[in-house]
Every structure is written in structure tokens, then in C-alpha cells.
Design a protein around this ligand. Structure first.
Ligand code: GDP
Length: 295
């Protein structure tokens, strides 16, 4: 995770620490290198521009130039700006208020929705909640069965949808079943397409109008970098998402999606998928992630 970026930044900061004193020129040069490293990591161009301006402004404007360990101070400023970029603090799921809580996962095909639904159910069950998994992907062959298998693995009941039903019908029925049954959390796994398409958005909007949704989480493959961010923007414009889950983070050496998506959409990353197994889902912590990036 972030290995390429970490290596690049380490080199930049090593050079900075080598100077006893820093001139404005030293800082500008380092900022140029940080900028390159972020762009190579596939961070959104506008995000990089703002980030560099903010860091340079603080580094040059403040006590850094006269401080005893100026290199260290610049690293601290970069760290704090990274935390802000990643969302400042962990954003928990909305689990209070009206019950059952309803969470819809949406995203492109192959992004990891079905797997993430089961991972999330497992995590919530561990916290003492009573989830119900609801397969609402009636197009992909075997999607319903896939969720049934995963539900079995994590010991969470799976609503008995069939591929003949309309997704909105499934959502209504499952919500009623959860409201009158022993469940306090409903997780809807929805269909994806290879690309954003209107029909899919209409279907997802129908679900969001038919049942009161507590969360609409956009699921994206972190390895797809800026494409993931562009798709997140589209889903947010059409559906007003409440958060993001980035999957396959363990294999993403660059980190462009993670570093851009909050700033671009205004919606926080709530979880990250870090492997194929059902326990490989972590709550996303901006501060820990920033520290990890800086090595
Ligand atoms: P969906 O089409 O969005 O429902 O995607 P799936 O849940 O079927 O996932 C597609 C593939 O991505 C599957 O092979 C999953 O095992 C894999 N996958 C999902 N999340 C992760 C993750 O965090 N890390 C890795 N390595 N693979 C993942």
C-alpha cells in the first residue's frame, strides 16, 4: 500500500533533512519533487496543485526557515496536510437513529461490492449487530449465489432474492422482512456495469426512493486510480453517496484514488478492503494512513 509514493517522498525528505538551514529555494525544489511524486501516484491534478500550494505556503511563511530542524518541520506540515486531504478523522457508519439501519453498496462490476457486503456484515456482526445481507444484483449470473456462499462463511443470513425479481421489489421486501424480523442492519448488494450507465443509475435511484437508506456507499477498486475518482463523482452526482469504500488497497502501490476521492467528491472514505478473505476490511483512519505514507 502506497509503497511507490512512500519511497519517492522518503528520498525528497532525506535531502531536505541534509540541510542545516533551509532557503526558500530548497523548499520550492522539494515541493516540485513532492508534486511529481503525487502526480506519478495518480493523484488528481487539481488536488495536487492545491496540496502543494498549501504546504509551500505554510513551510515558507512560517518558522521553518529559522527553525533548528527545518526538514522535520516540513515533514510535519506535509503530514498534517495529508491527514486533511484524507478526511481528517475516521468517519463511522451511521448506526444510530431509525432501525433497521440500511446500507446500499453501489459501484461498477468487479469493484468488490459482493465481497465487501459480506466483509461489512461480518464486521457489524462482531460489533453485536444483527445484519441481513440482501442480494439485489439480478443480472450477473451467480451473484445471488455468491452472496449466499459468503453469507454462510460469515454466519449472516441472506435474504432469499431470486433473479426473476426486480431489484426495487427485492429491496422493498427485504426491508419489510428486516423491519418485522430479528434484524437491525440491512446491507443491499446491487448490480454493477462495466461503465457508468443511465439504466443502472435509474435502478439504484429507484431503490433509494423505495426504502429509507441510512448509507449509500460507493465501492471502487483502488487500483484503478483516477478512473475510480471519476466514477465516484458520477455516482455522487446521481445518487448523493454518503461515503466510499476502496477495495484492493493492499495491492495499490500508488494511492491516487485514496488521496483524491475525498477532496473531489467531498465524501469520506469509510473502509478499505485489504485482501480477498472475508476478514480483510478495515476502518479507514486518515492520520494512520498519512503516517504510513510518510514511512
Ligand atoms: P462485484 O462485481 O462488485 O460484486 O465484485 P466482487 O465482490 O465479485 O469482487 C471482484 C473480485 O475482487 C473478487 O475476485 C474479489 O475476491 C476481489 N476483491 C474484492 N475486494 C478485494 C480486496 O480488498 N482485495 C483483493 N485483493 N481482492 C478483492
Amino acid at each position: 500500500m502506497f509503497e511507490n509514493l512512500t519511497d519517492r517522498l522518503e528520498g525528497v525528505f532525506k535531502k531536505l533533512r541534509g540541510h542545516g538551514r533551509l532557503t526558500e529555494e530548497n523548499i520550492q525544489e522539494a515541493m516540485g519533487e513532492v508534486r511529481k511524486a503525487l502526480l506519478e501516484a495518480d493523484v488528481n491534478f487539481g488536488v495536487v496543485k492545491e496540496f502543494i500550494a498549501a504546504v509551500a505556503d505554510k513551510a515558507i511563511g512560517r518558522e521553518v526557515l529559522t527553525s533548528l530542524s527545518p526538514g522535520q518541520q516540513v515533514v510535519k506540515i506535509v503530514h498534517d496536510e495529508l491527514v486533511a486531504l484524507l478526511g481528517s478523522q475516521a468517519e463511522p457508519l451511521k448506526l444510530d437513529g431509525r432501525q433497521p439501519v440500511t446500507i446500499m453498496l453501489a459501484g461498477l462490476q468487479g469493484s468488490g461490492k459482493t465481497t465487501t457486503a459480506a466483509k461489512l456484515a461480518r464486521l457489524l456482526k462482531e460489533k453485536g449487530r444483527a445484519p441481513l445481507l440482501v442480494p439485489a444484483d439480478v443480472y450477473r449470473p451467480a451473484a445471488i449465489e455468491q452472496l449466499q456462499v459468503l453469507g454462510g462463511q460469515v454466519g449472516v443470513p441472506v435474504f432469499a432474492s431470486t433473479a426473476e425479481q426486480k431489484p426495487v421489489e427485492i429491496a422493498r421486501q427485504a426491508f419489510t422482512a428486516a423491519s418485522t424480523g430479528p434484524y437491525d442492519t440491512v446491507i443491499f448488494d446491487t448490480a454493477g456495469r462495466l461503465h457508468v450507465d443511465d439504466e443502472l443509475m435509474v435502478e439504484l435511484r429507484e431503490i433509494s426512493q423505495a426504502v429509507p437508506l441510512s448509507e449509500i456507499l460507493f465501492v471502487a477498486d483502488a487500483m484503478t486510480g483516477q478512473d475510480a475518482v471519476t466514477v465516484a463523482e458520477k455516482f455522487n452526482a446521481d445518487l448523493e453517496i454518503t461515503g466510499v469504500i476502496l477495495t484492493k488497497m493492499e495491492g495499490d502501490a500508488r494511492g491516487g484514488a485514496a488521496l483524491s476521492v475525498k477532496k473531489v467528491t467531498g465524501k469520506p472514505i469509510k473502509f478499505v478492503g485489504v485482501g480477498e478473505s472475508v476478514d480483510a476490511l478495515e476502518v479507514f483512519h486518515p492520520d494512520r494512513t498519512a503516517s504510513r505514507i510518510l514511512g
